[in-house]
Design a protein around this ligand. Sequence first.
Ligand SMILES: Cc1cc2nc3c(=O)[nH]c(=O)nc-3n(C[C@H](O)[C@H](O)[C@H](O)COP(=O)(O)O)c2cc1C
Ligand SMILES: CCCCC(=O)C(=O)O
Length: 388
Amino acid sequence: MSALADFQNSIYLQGLGDVRPSLPTDLTRLEGLAEGVLSAQAFGYVAGSAGSEATARANRDAFDRWRIVPRFLRDVAHRDLSVDVLGTAMPSPILLAPIGVQSIFHPDGELATARAAGAEGVTMVLSTASSHSIEEVAEANGDGAPRWYQLYWPKDRDLAVSFLERAKAAGYTALVVTLDTFTLAWRPRDLDQAYLPFLRGIGVANYFSDPVFQKAVGGPVTDANRDAALLHWVANFGNPSLTWDDLVFLRDHWDGPIALKGVQHPDDARRAVDAGMDGVIVSNHGGRQVDGAVASLDALPGVVDAVRDQATVLFDSGIRTGSDVAKALALGAKAVLLARPYAYGLALGGQAGVQHVLRCIQAELELTMALSGVTRPDELSPEILVRA
Ligand SMILES: Cc1cc2nc3c(=O)[nH]c(=O)nc-3n(C[C@H](O)[C@H](O)[C@H](O)COP(=O)(O)O)c2cc1C
Ligand SMILES: CCCCC(=O)C(=O)O
Protein backbone atom coordinates (compact mmCIF):
# COMPACT_ATOMS: atom_id res chain seq x y z
CA MET A 1 0.00 0.00 0.00
CA SER A 2 1.06 3.58 -0.35
CA ALA A 3 0.27 6.92 1.19
CA LEU A 4 -2.10 7.61 -1.71
CA ALA A 5 -4.55 4.81 -0.85
CA ASP A 6 -4.07 5.44 2.89
CA PHE A 7 -6.38 8.39 2.26
CA GLN A 8 -9.19 5.87 1.92
CA ASN A 9 -8.40 4.36 5.33
CA SER A 10 -8.15 7.78 6.93
CA ILE A 11 -11.69 8.59 5.77
CA TYR A 12 -13.12 5.39 7.25
CA LEU A 13 -11.24 5.96 10.51
CA GLN A 14 -12.54 9.52 10.80
CA GLY A 15 -16.01 8.03 10.51
CA LEU A 16 -15.47 6.38 13.90
CA GLY A 17 -15.49 9.92 15.31
CA ASP A 18 -18.54 10.78 13.18
CA VAL A 19 -16.48 12.93 10.81
CA ARG A 20 -17.30 12.69 7.11
CA PRO A 21 -15.57 14.21 4.09
CA SER A 22 -16.88 17.72 3.53
CA LEU A 23 -16.88 17.18 -0.25
CA PRO A 24 -18.06 14.15 -2.23
CA THR A 25 -15.48 11.48 -3.01
CA ASP A 26 -17.15 10.85 -6.39
CA LEU A 27 -15.54 13.75 -8.26
CA THR A 28 -18.21 13.69 -10.97
CA ARG A 29 -20.57 15.20 -8.39
CA LEU A 30 -18.48 18.34 -7.91
CA GLU A 31 -19.77 20.15 -10.99
CA GLY A 32 -23.36 20.15 -9.73
CA LEU A 33 -22.28 21.42 -6.33
CA ALA A 34 -20.03 24.09 -7.83
CA GLU A 35 -23.00 25.43 -9.78
CA GLY A 36 -24.61 26.21 -6.44
CA VAL A 37 -21.73 28.37 -5.19
CA LEU A 38 -20.54 30.12 -8.35
CA SER A 39 -22.07 33.07 -10.18
CA ALA A 40 -23.91 32.08 -13.37
CA GLN A 41 -21.11 33.71 -15.36
CA ALA A 42 -18.24 31.93 -13.61
CA PHE A 43 -20.04 28.58 -13.75
CA GLY A 44 -20.85 29.05 -17.44
CA TYR A 45 -17.22 29.89 -18.12
CA VAL A 46 -15.78 26.75 -16.51
CA ALA A 47 -18.49 24.22 -17.31
CA GLY A 48 -19.16 25.48 -20.82
CA SER A 49 -17.52 24.32 -24.02
CA ALA A 50 -17.62 25.28 -27.68
CA GLY A 51 -20.76 25.24 -29.82
CA SER A 52 -23.30 22.54 -29.04
CA GLU A 53 -20.74 20.99 -26.63
CA ALA A 54 -20.72 17.78 -28.70
CA THR A 55 -16.98 17.35 -28.26
CA ALA A 56 -17.17 17.86 -24.51
CA ARG A 57 -19.71 15.02 -24.38
CA ALA A 58 -17.65 12.92 -26.80
CA ASN A 59 -14.65 13.25 -24.48
CA ARG A 60 -16.61 11.54 -21.72
CA ASP A 61 -18.30 9.00 -24.00
CA ALA A 62 -14.89 7.87 -25.26
CA PHE A 63 -13.91 6.85 -21.73
CA ASP A 64 -17.17 4.93 -21.36
CA ARG A 65 -16.47 2.92 -24.49
CA TRP A 66 -13.34 1.39 -22.93
CA ARG A 67 -13.71 -1.02 -20.03
CA ILE A 68 -11.02 -2.42 -17.75
CA VAL A 69 -10.69 -6.20 -17.41
CA PRO A 70 -9.38 -6.90 -13.87
CA ARG A 71 -6.74 -9.58 -13.30
CA PHE A 72 -5.93 -11.28 -9.97
CA LEU A 73 -3.32 -13.26 -8.01
CA ARG A 74 -0.47 -11.06 -9.21
CA ASP A 75 0.99 -9.85 -5.88
CA VAL A 76 -0.07 -6.22 -5.80
CA ALA A 77 0.98 -5.67 -2.18
CA HIS A 78 3.57 -3.04 -3.10
CA ARG A 79 2.33 -0.26 -5.33
CA ASP A 80 4.36 2.64 -6.65
CA LEU A 81 2.60 5.29 -8.70
CA SER A 82 5.60 7.61 -9.00
CA VAL A 83 6.78 8.69 -12.44
CA ASP A 84 9.36 10.97 -13.98
CA VAL A 85 7.88 13.26 -16.60
CA LEU A 86 10.14 15.58 -18.60
CA GLY A 87 12.66 15.59 -15.78
CA THR A 88 10.13 16.20 -13.00
CA ALA A 89 9.66 13.56 -10.28
CA MET A 90 5.96 13.09 -9.54
CA PRO A 91 4.14 11.06 -6.85
CA SER A 92 1.61 9.91 -9.45
CA PRO A 93 1.01 10.38 -13.19
CA ILE A 94 -1.35 13.31 -12.57
CA LEU A 95 -0.60 17.02 -13.05
CA LEU A 96 -2.85 20.04 -12.58
CA ALA A 97 -3.76 21.35 -16.04
CA PRO A 98 -3.34 25.04 -16.83
CA ILE A 99 -6.59 26.80 -15.99
CA GLY A 100 -6.70 30.57 -16.35
CA VAL A 101 -8.72 33.18 -14.44
CA GLN A 102 -8.98 31.11 -11.26
CA SER A 103 -10.01 34.08 -9.11
CA ILE A 104 -13.49 33.76 -10.64
CA PHE A 105 -13.75 30.46 -8.73
CA HIS A 106 -12.23 31.53 -5.43
CA PRO A 107 -10.72 34.80 -4.17
CA ASP A 108 -7.31 33.13 -3.68
CA GLY A 109 -7.45 31.66 -7.21
CA GLU A 110 -4.15 30.19 -8.40
CA LEU A 111 -2.53 30.93 -5.03
CA ALA A 112 -4.81 28.36 -3.36
CA THR A 113 -4.18 25.89 -6.17
CA ALA A 114 -0.42 26.41 -5.90
CA ARG A 115 -0.51 25.83 -2.15
CA ALA A 116 -2.55 22.66 -2.62
CA ALA A 117 -0.23 21.36 -5.33
CA GLY A 118 2.83 22.19 -3.22
CA ALA A 119 1.36 20.41 -0.18
CA GLU A 120 0.62 17.28 -2.23
CA GLY A 121 3.86 17.37 -4.23
CA VAL A 122 1.82 17.46 -7.44
CA THR A 123 3.06 19.48 -10.41
CA MET A 124 0.99 22.53 -11.24
CA VAL A 125 1.00 23.95 -14.75
CA LEU A 126 0.45 27.68 -14.41
CA SER A 127 -1.51 29.42 -17.18
CA THR A 128 -0.32 32.62 -18.84
CA ALA A 129 -3.92 33.78 -18.33
CA SER A 130 -3.71 33.49 -14.54
CA SER A 131 -5.29 35.94 -12.14
CA HIS A 132 -2.11 36.04 -10.02
CA SER A 133 1.37 36.61 -11.42
CA ILE A 134 4.04 34.02 -12.26
CA GLU A 135 6.07 35.18 -9.25
CA GLU A 136 3.20 35.29 -6.73
CA VAL A 137 2.11 31.78 -7.70
CA ALA A 138 5.67 30.45 -7.41
CA GLU A 139 5.90 31.86 -3.91
CA ALA A 140 2.59 30.25 -2.88
CA ASN A 141 3.70 26.97 -4.46
CA GLY A 142 6.81 26.95 -2.30
CA ASP A 143 10.56 26.46 -2.66
CA GLY A 144 11.37 23.19 -4.37
CA ALA A 145 7.76 22.43 -5.31
CA PRO A 146 7.55 21.20 -8.92
CA ARG A 147 5.92 23.66 -11.32
CA TRP A 148 5.62 24.09 -15.06
CA TYR A 149 4.59 27.15 -17.06
CA GLN A 150 2.01 27.26 -19.86
CA LEU A 151 2.58 29.83 -22.58
CA TYR A 152 -0.07 31.61 -24.56
CA TRP A 153 2.31 32.85 -27.21
CA PRO A 154 1.59 36.56 -27.69
CA LYS A 155 2.14 38.48 -30.93
CA ASP A 156 4.83 40.65 -29.34
CA ARG A 157 7.95 38.46 -29.32
CA ASP A 158 9.64 40.54 -26.64
CA LEU A 159 6.65 39.91 -24.38
CA ALA A 160 6.90 36.16 -25.05
CA VAL A 161 10.59 36.20 -24.13
CA SER A 162 9.83 38.20 -21.01
CA PHE A 163 7.23 35.60 -19.91
CA LEU A 164 9.75 32.80 -20.48
CA GLU A 165 12.50 34.59 -18.56
CA ARG A 166 10.17 35.35 -15.65
CA ALA A 167 8.98 31.74 -15.52
CA LYS A 168 12.53 30.42 -15.58
CA ALA A 169 13.63 32.82 -12.83
CA ALA A 170 10.65 31.80 -10.69
CA GLY A 171 11.51 28.09 -10.84
CA TYR A 172 9.12 26.73 -13.49
CA THR A 173 11.09 23.89 -15.07
CA ALA A 174 9.13 22.80 -18.14
CA LEU A 175 7.21 24.77 -20.74
CA VAL A 176 3.77 23.85 -22.09
CA VAL A 177 2.85 25.71 -25.27
CA THR A 178 -0.86 25.68 -26.02
CA LEU A 179 -1.54 25.55 -29.76
CA ASP A 180 -5.31 25.31 -29.87
CA THR A 181 -6.36 28.63 -28.35
CA PHE A 182 -4.70 31.44 -30.29
CA THR A 183 -8.24 32.78 -30.41
CA LEU A 184 -11.33 31.90 -28.39
CA ALA A 185 -13.78 29.59 -30.10
CA TRP A 186 -17.54 30.09 -30.36
CA ARG A 187 -18.64 29.60 -26.75
CA PRO A 188 -22.40 30.08 -26.44
CA ARG A 189 -22.63 30.01 -22.65
CA ASP A 190 -20.21 32.97 -22.44
CA LEU A 191 -21.68 34.71 -25.48
CA ASP A 192 -25.22 34.46 -24.13
CA GLN A 193 -24.09 36.17 -20.93
CA ALA A 194 -21.78 38.56 -22.82
CA TYR A 195 -19.09 37.43 -20.42
CA LEU A 196 -15.33 37.47 -20.99
CA PRO A 197 -13.32 37.67 -17.74
CA PHE A 198 -10.30 39.31 -19.41
CA LEU A 199 -12.26 42.39 -20.45
CA ARG A 200 -13.17 42.77 -16.78
CA GLY A 201 -9.49 42.76 -15.86
CA ILE A 202 -9.37 39.11 -14.68
CA GLY A 203 -6.66 36.83 -16.08
CA VAL A 204 -4.34 39.63 -17.17
CA ALA A 205 -2.01 39.68 -14.12
CA ASN A 206 0.98 38.39 -16.05
CA TYR A 207 0.51 41.00 -18.74
CA PHE A 208 -0.13 44.00 -16.52
CA SER A 209 2.86 43.13 -14.29
CA ASP A 210 5.23 42.69 -17.23
CA PRO A 211 7.83 45.39 -18.01
CA VAL A 212 7.57 44.77 -21.78
CA PHE A 213 3.78 45.05 -21.68
CA GLN A 214 3.96 48.15 -19.49
CA LYS A 215 6.39 49.82 -21.85
CA ALA A 216 3.97 49.21 -24.73
CA VAL A 217 1.09 50.87 -22.87
CA GLY A 218 3.08 53.85 -21.63
CA GLY A 219 3.90 52.68 -18.10
CA PRO A 220 2.34 50.75 -15.21
CA VAL A 221 -1.36 50.08 -15.70
CA THR A 222 -3.51 52.62 -13.82
CA ASP A 223 -7.05 53.87 -14.24
CA ALA A 224 -5.72 56.29 -16.85
CA ASN A 225 -4.38 53.69 -19.31
CA ARG A 226 -6.46 50.68 -18.25
CA ASP A 227 -8.73 50.62 -21.29
CA ALA A 228 -5.73 50.97 -23.58
CA ALA A 229 -4.02 48.14 -21.70
CA LEU A 230 -7.05 45.87 -22.16
CA LEU A 231 -7.20 46.69 -25.86
CA HIS A 232 -3.47 45.97 -26.13
CA TRP A 233 -4.15 42.60 -24.46
CA VAL A 234 -6.90 41.82 -26.98
CA ALA A 235 -4.62 42.70 -29.89
CA ASN A 236 -1.68 40.73 -28.52
CA PHE A 237 -3.08 37.68 -26.75
CA GLY A 238 -2.68 35.17 -29.59
CA ASN A 239 -0.93 34.97 -32.93
CA PRO A 240 -2.82 33.14 -35.70
CA SER A 241 0.14 33.60 -38.09
CA LEU A 242 2.46 31.20 -36.25
CA THR A 243 3.78 28.15 -38.13
CA TRP A 244 5.91 25.13 -37.26
CA ASP A 245 9.00 27.12 -38.27
CA ASP A 246 8.42 29.51 -35.38
CA LEU A 247 9.16 26.77 -32.85
CA VAL A 248 12.87 27.43 -33.43
CA PHE A 249 12.33 30.73 -31.64
CA LEU A 250 10.96 28.94 -28.57
CA ARG A 251 13.79 26.42 -28.55
CA ASP A 252 16.23 29.34 -28.64
CA HIS A 253 14.61 31.05 -25.67
CA TRP A 254 13.80 28.13 -23.37
CA ASP A 255 16.51 25.71 -22.34
CA GLY A 256 14.25 23.22 -20.48
CA PRO A 257 11.77 20.67 -21.83
CA ILE A 258 8.92 21.89 -24.06
CA ALA A 259 5.58 20.13 -24.63
CA LEU A 260 3.00 21.22 -27.23
CA LYS A 261 -0.56 21.13 -25.90
CA GLY A 262 -3.54 20.53 -28.15
CA VAL A 263 -2.06 17.95 -30.50
CA GLN A 264 -4.70 15.67 -32.07
CA HIS A 265 -3.28 14.52 -35.42
CA PRO A 266 -0.42 11.99 -35.71
CA ASP A 267 1.28 14.16 -38.35
CA ASP A 268 1.27 17.15 -36.00
CA ALA A 269 2.84 14.92 -33.35
CA ARG A 270 5.56 13.91 -35.82
CA ARG A 271 6.17 17.55 -36.70
CA ALA A 272 6.55 18.34 -33.00
CA VAL A 273 9.23 15.67 -32.73
CA ASP A 274 10.95 17.00 -35.88
CA ALA A 275 10.91 20.49 -34.34
CA GLY A 276 12.82 19.18 -31.33
CA MET A 277 9.91 19.26 -28.90
CA ASP A 278 10.22 16.98 -25.87
CA GLY A 279 6.54 16.22 -25.44
CA VAL A 280 3.04 16.54 -26.82
CA ILE A 281 -0.18 16.83 -24.87
CA VAL A 282 -3.09 15.17 -26.61
CA SER A 283 -5.94 17.53 -25.78
CA ASN A 284 -8.93 19.22 -27.34
CA HIS A 285 -9.04 21.83 -24.58
CA GLY A 286 -11.94 20.02 -22.94
CA GLY A 287 -14.11 20.55 -26.03
CA ARG A 288 -13.83 24.31 -25.53
CA GLN A 289 -12.37 25.05 -28.97
CA VAL A 290 -13.53 22.96 -31.96
CA ASP A 291 -17.07 21.69 -31.46
CA GLY A 292 -17.37 18.44 -33.38
CA ALA A 293 -13.68 17.64 -32.91
CA VAL A 294 -12.58 14.08 -32.30
CA ALA A 295 -12.76 12.92 -28.68
CA SER A 296 -9.34 13.40 -27.14
CA LEU A 297 -9.09 9.78 -25.96
CA ASP A 298 -9.86 8.57 -29.50
CA ALA A 299 -6.98 10.69 -30.82
CA LEU A 300 -4.51 9.34 -28.26
CA PRO A 301 -3.51 5.95 -29.77
CA GLY A 302 -2.67 7.47 -33.16
CA VAL A 303 -0.42 10.08 -31.58
CA VAL A 304 1.27 7.50 -29.36
CA ASP A 305 1.92 5.38 -32.42
CA ALA A 306 3.35 8.31 -34.38
CA VAL A 307 5.66 9.51 -31.61
CA ARG A 308 6.83 6.15 -30.22
CA ASP A 309 9.80 6.77 -27.91
CA GLN A 310 10.82 10.04 -29.48
CA ALA A 311 8.78 12.29 -27.19
CA THR A 312 6.67 12.10 -24.05
CA VAL A 313 2.93 11.86 -24.68
CA LEU A 314 0.63 13.40 -22.08
CA PHE A 315 -3.16 13.55 -22.19
CA ASP A 316 -6.11 15.66 -21.09
CA SER A 317 -9.79 16.34 -21.81
CA GLY A 318 -12.36 14.33 -19.92
CA ILE A 319 -10.37 12.99 -16.95
CA ARG A 320 -12.78 12.77 -14.01
CA THR A 321 -11.88 9.59 -12.08
CA GLY A 322 -8.97 7.36 -11.19
CA SER A 323 -10.15 4.78 -13.68
CA ASP A 324 -10.13 7.42 -16.44
CA VAL A 325 -6.45 7.99 -15.63
CA ALA A 326 -5.79 4.24 -15.83
CA LYS A 327 -7.50 4.07 -19.25
CA ALA A 328 -5.51 7.01 -20.67
CA LEU A 329 -2.27 5.48 -19.41
CA ALA A 330 -3.24 2.08 -20.82
CA LEU A 331 -3.71 3.74 -24.21
CA GLY A 332 -0.18 5.13 -24.07
CA ALA A 333 -0.13 8.41 -22.13
CA LYS A 334 2.76 8.81 -19.71
CA ALA A 335 0.68 11.06 -17.44
CA VAL A 336 -2.54 13.07 -17.53
CA LEU A 337 -3.57 16.62 -16.76
CA LEU A 338 -6.55 16.99 -14.46
CA ALA A 339 -8.59 20.12 -15.21
CA ARG A 340 -12.25 20.98 -14.45
CA PRO A 341 -12.58 18.76 -11.34
CA TYR A 342 -9.93 20.75 -9.48
CA ALA A 343 -11.50 24.05 -10.52
CA TYR A 344 -14.71 22.78 -8.91
CA GLY A 345 -12.74 21.70 -5.83
CA LEU A 346 -11.26 25.20 -5.68
CA ALA A 347 -14.71 26.77 -5.95
CA LEU A 348 -16.10 24.56 -3.20
CA GLY A 349 -13.24 24.51 -0.73
CA GLY A 350 -10.28 26.67 -1.78
CA GLN A 351 -6.90 25.05 -1.13
CA ALA A 352 -8.48 22.23 0.89
CA GLY A 353 -10.93 21.56 -1.93
CA VAL A 354 -8.11 21.16 -4.46
CA GLN A 355 -6.23 18.88 -2.06
CA HIS A 356 -9.37 16.79 -1.59
CA VAL A 357 -9.67 16.34 -5.34
CA LEU A 358 -6.01 15.37 -5.69
CA ARG A 359 -6.16 12.87 -2.84
CA CYS A 360 -9.35 11.27 -4.12
CA ILE A 361 -8.22 10.80 -7.69
CA GLN A 362 -4.78 9.51 -6.75
CA ALA A 363 -6.20 7.03 -4.22
CA GLU A 364 -8.85 5.92 -6.70
CA LEU A 365 -6.19 5.40 -9.37
CA GLU A 366 -4.05 3.31 -7.05
CA LEU A 367 -6.97 1.14 -5.95
CA THR A 368 -8.19 0.71 -9.54
CA MET A 369 -4.73 -0.40 -10.61
CA ALA A 370 -4.19 -2.80 -7.71
CA LEU A 371 -7.64 -4.32 -8.16
CA SER A 372 -6.83 -4.77 -11.86
CA GLY A 373 -3.55 -6.54 -11.12
CA VAL A 374 -1.21 -3.61 -11.81
CA THR A 375 1.32 -2.04 -9.41
CA ARG A 376 3.10 0.58 -11.54
CA PRO A 377 1.92 3.06 -14.19
CA ASP A 378 4.25 1.60 -16.83
CA GLU A 379 2.51 -1.79 -16.45
CA LEU A 380 -0.71 -0.32 -17.83
CA SER A 381 -1.16 -1.36 -21.47
CA PRO A 382 -4.04 -1.85 -23.94
CA GLU A 383 -4.14 -5.46 -22.73
CA ILE A 384 -6.11 -4.39 -19.64
CA LEU A 385 -8.86 -2.84 -21.82
CA VAL A 386 -11.73 -4.09 -23.96
CA ARG A 387 -14.21 -2.15 -26.07
CA ALA A 388 -17.56 -1.86 -24.31
C1 LIG B 1 -11.98 27.48 -17.06
C2 LIG B 1 -10.90 26.88 -17.90
C3 LIG B 1 -9.79 27.64 -18.19
C4 LIG B 1 -8.75 27.10 -18.94
N1 LIG B 1 -7.63 27.84 -19.17
C5 LIG B 1 -6.61 27.31 -19.86
C6 LIG B 1 -5.42 28.04 -20.04
O1 LIG B 1 -5.28 29.16 -19.58
N2 LIG B 1 -4.43 27.46 -20.76
C7 LIG B 1 -4.54 26.20 -21.31
O2 LIG B 1 -3.62 25.71 -21.96
N3 LIG B 1 -5.68 25.48 -21.14
C8 LIG B 1 -6.69 26.00 -20.42
N4 LIG B 1 -7.83 25.26 -20.22
C9 LIG B 1 -7.91 23.90 -20.78
C10 LIG B 1 -7.39 22.85 -19.77
O3 LIG B 1 -6.01 22.97 -19.57
C11 LIG B 1 -7.67 21.43 -20.27
O4 LIG B 1 -7.09 21.24 -21.53
C12 LIG B 1 -9.18 21.10 -20.40
O5 LIG B 1 -9.93 21.74 -19.39
C13 LIG B 1 -9.37 19.60 -20.30
O6 LIG B 1 -10.73 19.25 -20.33
P1 LIG B 1 -11.52 18.76 -19.02
O7 LIG B 1 -11.46 19.85 -18.02
O8 LIG B 1 -12.90 18.54 -19.50
O9 LIG B 1 -10.86 17.51 -18.55
C14 LIG B 1 -8.86 25.78 -19.46
C15 LIG B 1 -10.00 25.03 -19.16
C16 LIG B 1 -11.01 25.55 -18.38
C17 LIG B 1 -12.19 24.68 -18.05
C1 LIG C 1 -8.17 33.28 -23.73
C2 LIG C 1 -8.32 31.88 -23.24
C3 LIG C 1 -7.73 31.66 -21.90
C4 LIG C 1 -8.40 30.64 -21.05
C5 LIG C 1 -8.68 29.35 -21.72
O1 LIG C 1 -7.81 28.70 -22.24
C6 LIG C 1 -10.01 28.83 -21.73
O2 LIG C 1 -10.92 29.48 -21.24
O3 LIG C 1 -10.22 27.72 -22.27
